[in-house]
Design a protein around this ligand. Sequence first.
Ligand SMILES: NC(=O)c1ccc[n+]([C@@H]2O[C@H](COP(=O)([O-])OP(=O)(O)OC[C@H]3O[C@@H](n4cnc5c(N)ncnc54)[C@H](OP(=O)(O)O)[C@@H]3O)[C@@H](O)[C@H]2O)c1
Length: 322
Amino acid sequence: VRAVWLREFGAPASLRVETVPDPVAAPGQVLIGVEFAGITWIETMFRGSGFGPFPAPPMIPGNGVGGTVLAAGSATDEHLVGKRVVAGTGGSGGYAERVVVDAGQVIEVPAGVALDDATALLADGRTALMIMEAAGVRAGDRVLVEAAAGGVGSLLVQLAHAAGAEVVAAAGAARKLEVARGLGARTTVDYGDLGWTETVRAAVGGVDVVLDGVGGAVAEAAFELLGPGGRMISFGFSGGAGWPDVPDEVAAQRGIRVQRGVFGPAEEQIRRTGEALALAAEGRLRPVIGQRFPLEQASLAHAAMEDRATVGKTLLTCGVPD
Ligand SMILES: NC(=O)c1ccc[n+]([C@@H]2O[C@H](COP(=O)([O-])OP(=O)(O)OC[C@H]3O[C@@H](n4cnc5c(N)ncnc54)[C@H](OP(=O)(O)O)[C@@H]3O)[C@@H](O)[C@H]2O)c1
């Protein structure tokens, strides 16, 4: 079968397809015929710089897949064979036509949810739900979502809107703002524009919640929009400048709660993905799959994400050709 290898850290072109022996499920594992592999932002960071909780190269990147269970390593997991599933891979192996994962990672895709949508929700859905809980978003809150048309951002816009919040979407291009408006954002702003926070102030006053996946100067400016009782959840720094420089003392003096990172044990992550899939099945959460690349174009997929050229989720299509 074919898989994408990262043999050393570097530019997107470091990702190359090679043929590998068919993986075999050991006891406690299942073999998945992968149809879609999700790409998350941190995988691009890891590829370029080694930042991220993944095994060192040489390795096959990819932390989440959707597909069909082809075989089980233990008789107790035989009932999974033939099921449509999504699964975390444990940090590597996802960009491949087949992957073995721990059977405990496997989540059945509910009827009515397409496999590509389920794969798009696997990581981003649980992350967005954990962020929403951390922020304690309530009806009437003014919620600023950064990178609002991104994988996680596009879900946050929907969840905050559904919670009765007034969503302010911030992103880096007009077409992205349009996507966010379509998902429920009432106010949109390009944070590449000078004085963008003044635009937000003029539209909604300040904000009650900042959901920050960009970090750096964007997040520091967004923090200034918060007043007493405000909450700022930073969950990543795709802007490349790290966590925002928001001293805890300053936040405390101003009555603002700041949280860096959203973490949860493996069981909670699986439970949260299940919740996201259930919301999708009820038609209450819709992943935005902005682009799909065949496995052999994983390098182009990473390049597009780094160039800020993507909207919503980016998937690799991995099916074994007949
Ligand atoms: N996916 C997950 O499950 C997960 C889990 C935990 C944490 N996170 C964090 O959540 C954030 C979003 O992750 P994602 O996977 O959903 O990615 P994403 O939002 O789909 O893509 C990253 C976005 O960041 C924005 N951005 C701002 N400055 C940028 C720069 N200098 N270079 C590139 N992009 C820049 C871009 O949107 P604009 O052009 O609109 O600015 C870009 O589209 C990341 O910080 C990630 O580490 C994600």
